[in-house]
Design a protein around this ligand. Sequence first.
Ligand code: NAP
Length: 608
Amino acid sequence: MPCEVAARFLILYGSQRGQAQSIAEEICQQAAEHGFTADISCLSNQHNYNLDSEIRPVVFMVSTTGDGDPPDTAQKFVRKIKNKSLPHHHFSHLRYALLALGDTNYANFCNGGKTIDSRLQQLGAKHFYPTGHADDGTGLEVVVDPWIEGLWDALKKTFSSMATSDQQDADLSDCTQDNFHKTASGQEKNKSDLEVDLHLLKLSEADSQKGKEIKSDSSDVETLSTVLVASLKQSVPPLSQSALSVPALPASYLEVRLEQVSTEREPVPSDKDGYHEVSISKAVQLTQDDAVKAAILLELDISEQNLAYQPGDGFDILCPNRASEVEELLLRLDLQTRKNCAVQVNLLKNKHLPKLQPRAYSAASSSLQHPGKVNLVFNVVEFPARPEHPARKGLCTGWLAGHVSSILRPLGTVPASEHLGTSALPKVHVRPRPSSTFHLPADPSVPVVMVGPGTGVAPFIGFLQQREKEREANREATFGEMWLFFGCRHKDKDFLFRYKELERFAHNGTLSHLIVCFSRDEPDAAGTVNRPTYVQHNLRLHAKNVASILLKDKGSLYVCGDAKNMAKDVNDTLLEIIGNELQIDKLDAMKTVAGLREEKRYLQDIWS
Ligand code: NAP
């Protein structure tokens, strides 16, 4: 095989919020340093690649979204490879490596990548390098960095085996995950050791460079047959497997160049990223001044850009870096006195100070009710002061709150923005973020249960506006019941969308049941014992109805809001409700709930 061809590989990424994409781009950039040429494409651009005849090694980078789903950009690809008519050897020619991204705070960790990985295996594709599972909950870089470091050696081996003979080609398949899980002594390790293994791989490479490589009996995979030697720079089990870690000196990560050309340019996102600059036509404070968290509703005018969305979809918002942090960086770099120069600050390669990511917000409106507009709602996140830093606001929500301060008005007052021309309105860069599953059922007669405390109620306001309009347009049609479980801290301070929306929906029958709870209000005069304080307490009180909707009426359950506590507790309550209703144990209840997820009748839009 000619050299140039042999050294070329393909990177395919499925990214939801840009992380998988930036890692894929990082690998693409590093490829040249390692003597490779990489082609790169988003999985959604299917005209850019053809795996049916792909002979180059392929590196997949796949994130996870929603309920453990592949990212929206990978959905079409997944549907294509899931086609049941494909023969089991369909991808037997394919050699690939896959890095799955996920977050252990959410159900179905890394399931986006796992789904693609297992289907490729079923269709005969072979790993040339073991799959990595990176956890955003603990820091993606813990797995991503060593995985990328090990990739280059695996690629070299793959190319050399491709370049020799069919016999050696067969050897390639030995470098599978199973082999990777063998220790030098040949003992099997379980999958949970993968992350540790990735570190070992990284360390063993360093050792091999120093000539410390020790060959084992098995000659299958050279890299894996190294034995680690304890040194000041590395430990060996059991120390290396303990939680103890000694901080290493940070490597240099910035390259700074000063240019004499002064520039005042504002960085503007390029069209290819899909961003549009839109006006913020309204900003309304939905909470009282003494509420624990301030919630703000923004109305964006998307009419000129003709942006379409459905209730359940979201929008990405781009925000700039905080000025104080930019100042601090300049101070640390000793560049404050040279502010008049343009400063080129480049990150050195392989160092996940990652690119500032957009923030996603759910649409809290329906375009049937608000043509040309979309509403978003958010809490201004506040981080309390700590010894290491003063109190500060969330980057995007803090910026947005300041950005709209000139037009912000309390609920129920006349919008000042109506007197402002469009040019005077604050602007923001947004990009639609469609959801593949978090939508109302296609059949409007199906009943739905919605659980959305706090700003988690946002998508349900969109659902209800949509349903209200559909009911008006078609009075003869049968519409399923809509139940909303909402919770906030105080009835009179942060009961979002209470008057204009929720009570109207309940009054006109759009909402069949509005069930609310207040976590921090004092018990009423009657001093109700065991009053529900959280949404899951109300779910328990209405267990029969919830179970009947899900198990008998084939209805859907939607949960939106905090992932860390609320969504987990609601999930536990659901297991309890189903277990009690069907008189089954927890394991069987879990299977039933997994079935609901599979059928897309238990959907989550949750954030931590
Ligand atoms: P929140 O902090 O989740 O609080 C809402 C209510 O939930 C409060 O009464 C709170 O009570 C209660 N709560 C606390 N722990 C709970 C638990 N384990 N189970 C059930 N309820 C619990 O509300 P929020 O600040 O509005 O945050 C909502 C979440 O939704 C955030 O994570 C946000 O990122 C996410 N989200 C936002 C959007 C959006 O478009 N803005 C969309 C989707 C999701 P106490 O505080 O009194 O304990």
